[in-house]
Design a protein around this ligand. Structure first.
Ligand code: GLU
Ligand code: MG
Length: 453
């Protein structure tokens, strides 16, 4: 006889999904890069799948640290994350937590974020997050070169361009409609500052929901672009002379019980945040170099975090570890609406579970220790001289992945947040990534040195 309390959540959900035309379910989780991995299950097996029947060998993936000889990890789907694929409505996707032998697997990105969420909850906070999605959608020309979809997308300053936005509507409309069909509340989208670069902005949500959505968004944008013969890329800086793709994190803490935004000042003053938010900011600034290794996780990420390097005049990306007003040169800016803090260092290649876990843990430390972030930077940080930077105590973000990983390895918070196995795995993977890059000789080097020496 079945015990209703322990009954599988499957039968009712399966019936509901069947009525909606779903035939397969995906038990999905992410690797170190935040890329979705899954097994597909025919709907009659949904009940088992929700109990964690789908097993994976971590050794086959990046950043699921396991030996070939280890027991498999099981994906335990979170029913709350159910998402029917808008472009393929016979498939349902579930974000899952990895388990090993019945216990949460320490080195799973979603579990890592859940551990820090629990810390926030114990302090009475809920972390709300909105992530701005910048990305390029390109096609390959007859030579295989990646070029914009629209032939007219040739401006030096393409930001907010209407003609090329309209040219791209066939795939953009499909993507934005899909996001809204899922209830994400897209409130604007535009052509960004690079050729073939776009941004979609949608409602903030509790951090776990937002990390699931960003993960799903990347899968969905790629699939929809692919249906149009295009490539959606989340590479941070595809073109050296154009702006890169950020994933600005818009962050606030709310009271766990009432939902009240605790980053608002008492008088809800525009452009201002509360004392609590200042402590949070100070914690993030303290750990910024280590955080950078996670929110700007690739060799290419550091080609975005420069002031020069865009034909439009600016990259709009941060270079220094500072906070301040509604000023795009700050790593952490306080938008004029007030009540939230925007981290501009994050790029769209980041694993959102790991990125959010690091930032939240650092912010909570700032609150616990009542840290003071000092004076805000109210000027164009790109133009500050080394003397002015020193006088204001402003230091530079890591300039390369190698510097960022050194900082990550040296910061005890990184090990605490990631746990020993994931920490070691992350450092090893990223060091190898850097070494592999470092051993390659680029076109730039040949052009500069071949005939020079
Ligand atoms: N694309 C810029 C970046 O890499 C940001 C541009 C903007 O502020 O929207 O962060
Ligand atoms: Mg933008």
């Amino acid at each position: 006889m079945s015990n209703p309390q322990h009954a599988a959540p499957g039968p009712e959900l399966a019936a509901d999904l069947e009525a909606r035309g779903v035939r397969y379910a995906l038990a999905s989780f992410v690797d170190l890069h935040g890329v979705s991995k899954a097994k597909a299950v025919p709907l009659p097996h949904l009940g088992q799948m929700l109990q964690g029947s789908e097993l994976f060998t971590g050794a086959a993936l990046d950043g699921v640290p396991q030996e070939v000889s280890d027991d498999e990890v099981a994906a335990v789907p979170d029913p709350a994350s159910l998402t029917v694929l808008p472009w393929k409505p016979d498939v349902a996707w579930f974000a899952s937590n990895l388990h090993l032998n019945g216990q949460p697997f320490e080195a799973c990105s979603r579990n890592i974020l859940n551990r820090v969420r629990a810390e926030a909850a114990a302090m009475g906070y809920r972390f709300n997050l909105g992530i701005e999605t910048e990305f390029f959608v390109l096609r390959r020309d007859s030579q295989g070169k990646p070029v914009p979809y629209s032939d007219r997308d040739t401006l030096d300053k393409p930001a907010y361009d209407v003609r090329t936005l309209l040219d791209n509507l066939p795939w953009l409309d499909e993507l934005v409609s899909a996001m809204n069909q899922l209830g994400w509340g897209v409130y604007s989208f535009d052509h960004e500052d690079g050729p073939g670069q776009f941004e979609t902005d949608f409602d903030y949500a509790e951090v776990l929901t937002m990390a699931d959505r960003l993960t799903f968004f990347k899968l969905m944008a790629k699939e929809i672009a692919h249906r149009h013969g295009l490539i959606a890329t989340f590479m941070p800086k595809p073109f050296g002379d154009r702006t890169g793709s950020g994933a600005h994190y818009n962050m606030s803490l709310a009271d766990l019980e009432s939902g009240e935004n605790l980053f608002l000042t008492a008088d809800r003053a525009p452009g201002a945040v509360s004392g609590l938010a200042h402590h949070f900011i100070a914690g993030v600034l303290r750990h910024a170099p280590a955080i950078c290794a996670v929110i700007a996780p690739t060799v290419n990420s550091y080609k975005r975090l420069v002031a020069q390097g865009s034909m439009s005049g600016f990259t709009w990306a941060p270079v220094f570890i500072c906070y301040g007003n509604n000023n795009r040169t700050n790593m952490l800016r306080i938008p004029s609406a007030g009540g939230r803090v925007e981290c501009r260092a994050a790029d769209i290649s980041c694993n959102p579970y790991l990125g959010a876990a690091m930032i939240l843990a650092a912010g909570l430390e700032g609150i616990r220790e009542q840290l003071d972030p000092g004076d805000p930077n109210l000027v164009n940080a790109y133009t500050l001289s080394p003397e002015e930077l020193a006088a204001r105590g402003i230091t530079t973000l890591p300039r390369t992945l190698s510097e960022a990983i050194d900082a990550f390895e040296a910061d005890p918070l990184a090990r605490t947040v990631f746990g020993d196995a994931m920490f070691a795995s992350y450092v090893a993977y990223k060091r190898e990534e850097w070494e592999s890059y470092h051993c390659a000789v680029s076109d730039w080097e040949q052009a500069r040195y071949l005939e020079f020496f």
